[in-house]
Design a binder for this molecule. Structure first.
Ligand SMILES: [Zn+2]
Length: 91
């Protein structure tokens, strides 16, 4: 069984790269058991979609305020990761 730290790592990796069958399975099993990581995976997926949407609009065309909000999304992502590690060990 992988740890919450590994599960959160795989959750982010999954958004950028294809996981191996084994990684996918490990993550799936962890997420079935651990509600924190399930929520985390859901949250970063939403953030990723937001960032992709923003990316398509071409960053240089966006007003300063929008760019700042993308930075805050990154901060939220980091804060989530930090919170995950602090509340870390399962239920
Ligand atoms: Zn977990």
């Amino acid at each position: 069984m992988i740890s919450c730290k590994e599960a959160s790592y795989l959750s982010s990796k999954k958004l950028d790269a294809k996981l191996s069958v084994n990684e996918h399975l490990q993550l799936f099993i962890h997420i079935c058991i651990c509600s924190l990581c399930r929520r985390y995976a859901h949250e970063i997926k939403l953030l990723h979609q937001l960032l992709q949407k923003a990316g398509k609009t071409s960053l240089s065309m966006l007003p300063e305020s929008t760019r700042l909000s993308i930075q805050s999304q990154q901060r939220i992502k980091l804060a989530l990761e930090k919170a995950m590690h602090e509340t870390g060990d399962g239920e």
